[in-house]
Design a protein around this ligand. Structure first.
Ligand code: V47
Ligand code: SF4
Length: 364
């Protein structure tokens, strides 16, 4: 039976949204809210899966990559963050350039993407990062360097008493290819001020990404959900990303990040259910009609939920990762790193075809 031609969506009160999705029309913020309040998450998932299949067939992408977290010392103190330490606090660390190069050289597989992020350290100069990127690019010219969130870029600019454009230009000159999507959290001011009052504002985050796009850098984007935000705040966030993409077109992938609650100062009454995570991924696929990829980040979702997400609108499984700290400090129970064989088996296990990609999502 073709459920799109049956009265299934009529019975859910979603016939008009189904028609828009079938015709490739943009969904309104109100449509997004109705998808959150529809009593049947599977109906929302079916629409998102239809869009994901139209874009990517049954392919699920993965990349041989490596995450490196260079420091957990951070001046921002976001209340949800279990990773951050104050300077001098027990457990704080800063990797040297040699530490970072050694980790990359030791990786079992030559990475195609290296993802480097860290806290906003009070004293690391831009030259520290320039030297690291230049050294990695010299030794591993094949990698896409996806480094530093917009929040870190704004922090480097403030420390160096310069502009974010100057920071991006200098880092691009030594090999920066992409910005990862972190630091977006939730854009809605009232919520952002409670979660991370010292961090870049939503407008600042968006401005750095749009500046990166004008300089020819691709970027990703994220949303941290399942804390104190409402469905309307999630829709507001997705619409602001969609508008930003309309202006520049440089976002490659959206990563929905479910809030992990362990070791966090932020105590919440209603932790996310698995179905609410899947519904949010599906609504993201449906609202973000101009961002090509949605990532099921297995580290934060857990492998089994990431597999389910591939049927709720997601098409990318991230990668081998090797070592991850931000999610694991917050209670992620996923293993540290996956092999190519494990990734492919996970993808095949849910009926998708694994496709290896590079950092830009080119098939390899
Ligand atoms: O910005 C922090 C989030 C992000 C928690 O661009 C938390 O390809 C859940 O952005 N529970 C970093 N999330 C991770 C990130 C990312 C990961 C993988 C791929 C890409 C990409 C980007 O993690 C932070 C913050 O939003 N985070 N604490 C927590 N307790
Ligand atoms: Fe710092 Fe990032 Fe943690 Fe916020 S989320 S405290 S900016 S490391």
């Amino acid at each position: 039976m073709n459920i799109f031609k049956s009265d299934y969506f009529d019975n859910m009160g979603l016939a008009d949204i189904r028609d828009k999705v079938m015709n490739g029309e943009r969904l309104s913020p109100d449509d997004g809210l109705r998808l959150f309040s529809c009593p049947e998450p599977l109906a929302v998932g079916a629409l998102a899966h239809h869009v994901r299949t139209r874009l990517h067939g049954d392919k699920a992408f993965y990349v041989i990559n490596q995450h490196v977290n260079y420091t957990n010392v951070c001046v921002n103190g976001c209340v949800f963050c279990a990773y951050q330490r104050e300077e001098g606090q027990k457990g704080g660390f800063v990797l040297t350039g040699d530490d970072i190069l050694a980790r990359i050289d030791e990786a079992a597989l030559a990475p195609r993407e290296i993802h480097i992020v860290g806290g906003c350290h009070p004293r690391l100069p831009l030259s520290y990062f320039e030297e690291i990127l230049a050294a990695i690019k010299e030794r591993h010219p094949q990698v896409v360097l996806k480094c530093f969130t917009a929040v870190e870029i704004a922090h480097f600019a403030k420390l160096g008493n310069t502009t974010t454009r100057e920071v991006l230009t200098r880092l691009k000159a030594v090999g920066l290819d992409m910005l990862p999507g972190g630091g977006a959290e939730i854009f809605k001011t009232e919520i952002r001020e409670q979660l991370c009052p010292r961090k870049s504002t939503a407008d600042e985050w968006l401005a750095v990404h749009e500046e990166a796009h004008t300089l020819g850098l691709k970027t990703n984007c994220t949303m941290l959900f399942g804390h104190i935000e409402s469905h309307a705040d999630r829709i507001d966030h997705l619409v602001r990303l969609r508008e930003s993409q309309d202006r520049g077109g440089g976002y490659t992938c959206f990563i929905p990040l479910p809030f992990l609650t362990e070791n966090s100062q932020l105590v919440i009454d209603n932790p996310l259910t698995g179905l609410e995570e899947l519904r949010t991924i599906a609504v993201s696929r449906l609202m973000l009609d101009n961002i090509p990829h949605i990532k099921a980040y297995w580290v934060m979702l857990g492998v089994k939920q990431a597999q389910a997400a591939l049927k709720f609108g997601a098409d990318d499984f991230d990668g081998t990762v090797v070592e991850e700290k931000i999610g694991h400090e917050a209670g992620a129970t996923s293993q540290q790193g996956m092999t190519r064989g494990e990734l492919e088996a996970m993808i095949r296990g849910c009926g998708c075809t694994p496709v290896e990609r590079d950092g830009y999502f080119n098939e390899v």
